[in-house]
Design a protein around this ligand. Structure first.
Ligand SMILES: Cc1ncc(COP(=O)(O)O)c(C=O)c1O
Length: 425
């Protein structure tokens, strides 16, 4: 029988000992008993392995910046920084988290459609590597700040590409969008930038969509970004330093989804290098890939305890102490068009043979607070555990934690049997 996605993920990233799912070498049952529930457990080893696999695939072509929005906990940022990653931030809060994690300003890029003046002033004064501008107002603001502090501010132009990423579940390119400048307007944008003495145009930034699992879609976006970079360099009449290819590398959440073909990236690297070398103005450019989900997602497990098991008109409901207020994405309410279940297990009952359909819900008084619909789980009672896999990215901080004033989830990082408490449950 072909294994389910859940079985594949457990086998690929974690281990099972008797009845117990082990994360970072430790049983989830013990971690939940020590640290309480609801609890995000992050396996540092899995995150490092993902980083290293991607780095290997991009060898000779692109550097990696971790996109902090996926999981802004300083311990996670520190982990990727220790592997050599730079970071991409979208707010002063993310900047502070990156600095708290020990990331130097010259390893940080700032993108985002609505940066405030105070944020720009703070990061520019600190010596941030680049600001990626997304509006004419921002061009003027960044230039004014540069002039005030006597700096030529290193910046790139974020471009909203004409061609949509056909494989992205949440598409951001090729349609009206507040992110960056429309590609059709490039000549005006470059002229506006070049008119400012206090701006040092370094490159371009394209990001067309998230959760892309088809490597050919990703590669065609990257080729398009190189083409856009070439045109910007020609318009500016100067070599470019940065080609930010964006993030968007996907991970499997639902039955039938596969992993991104990293070997396909490796195979494309010579052609991508050739494209860069073909334009003298891009010969020394530094491509950057800035994934969040791909690096952080697979290492995270969200653990809840059952509060009640009840039957309503033939449907078994497992009411837990966790829910959409910690993990909006797993409830299907973070941009999904069709609500489908994330991979889910009973982490202290991995040896159970008899399972039956159960609907897993949280404590909020709304039917939106559903984490699994008629999914197969063993017979579970109060205090038994349920764990959602693929929960390391867009979990806790991408969720409405204030809704119904429930307690926050705890977060721990486990690596080779050592636990770091990031925030207590
Ligand atoms: C500018 C930018 N870069 C990177 C990312 C990270 O995307 P992902 O987690 O899909 O790799 C995002 C996500 O929205 C983004 O807006």
């Amino acid at each position: 029988m072909t294994p389910t996605l859940t079985e594949t993920l457990v086998q690929r990233h974690f281990s099972v000992s008797g009845a117990d799912l082990c994360v970072g070498g430790l049983p989830v049952r013990e971690l939940a008993a020590h640290h309480g529930t609801p609890l995000f457990i992050y396996d540092g080893g899995v995150m490092r392995a993902n980083y290293r696999a991607l780095k290997q695939a991009l060898q000779g072509f692109a550097h990696i910046h971790y996109s902090v929005k996926a999981n802004p906990a300083p311990a996670i940022i520190r982990l990727f920084a220790s592997e050599g990653a730079g970071v991409e931030i979208a707010s002063i809060g993310e900047y502070r988290a990156a600095r708290a994690a020990g990331v130097a300003p010259d390893r940080i890029l700032f993108a985002g459609p609505g940066k405030r003046v105070a944020e720009l002033e703070a990061v520019i004064a600190d010596g941030i590597d680049e600001v990626h501008v997304e509006s004419y107002e921002e061009i003027a603001r960044v230039a004014a700040i540069g002039a005030r502090v006597g700096l030529r501010v290193r910046m790139s132009i974020r471009v909203n590409p004409v061609a949509a990423a056909q494989g992205g579940a949440m598409r951001m390119g090729g349609k009206p969008a507040p992110f960056g400048f429309d590609e059709e307007d490039l000549s005006n944008v470059v002229a506006a930038v070049m008119a400012q003495d206090a701006l040092d145009l370094r490159g371009v930034h394209l990001f067309a969509g998230t959760q892309i699992l088809d490597v050919d879609v990703l590669l065609s976006q990257w080729r398009h970004a190189i083409d856009v970079a070439s045109r910007v360099a020609a318009l500016a009449g100067k070599p470019l330093h940065t080609i930010d290819l964006g993030g968007g590398l996907g991970i499997p959440y639902f039955q039938g989804e596969g992993t991104l073909d990293l070997a396909g990236i490796t195979k494309a690297v010579p052609d991508l290098q050739r494209l860069l070398r073909a334009d003298p103005l891009l010969a020394d450019a530094r491509p950057i890939v800035e994934p969040g989900r791909f690096l952080a997602g697979p290492g995270g497990v969200y653990v809840m305890a059952v509060n009640a098991s009840k039957l309503s008109r033939g449907t078994r409901f497992l009411v837990t102490d966790g829910g959409m207020h910690h993990h909006l994405a797993a409830s299907g309410n973070l941009g999904q068009i069709i609500k489908r279940d994330y991979p889910i297990v009973a982490p202290a009952r991995m040896d159970a043979r008899d399972t039956s359909p159960a609907t897993v819900v949280g404590p909020l008084c709304t039917p939106l607070d559903t984490l699994a619909r008629k999914t197969d789980l063993p017979d579970l009672a109060a205090d038994d555990l349920i764990a959602v896999l693929q929960s390391g990215a867009y979990g806790r901080t991408a969720s409405p934690s204030g809704f119904l004033s429930q307690p926050e989830a705890g977060e721990i990082l486990v690596e080779s049997g050592v636990v770091e408490v990031m925030s207590a449950a």
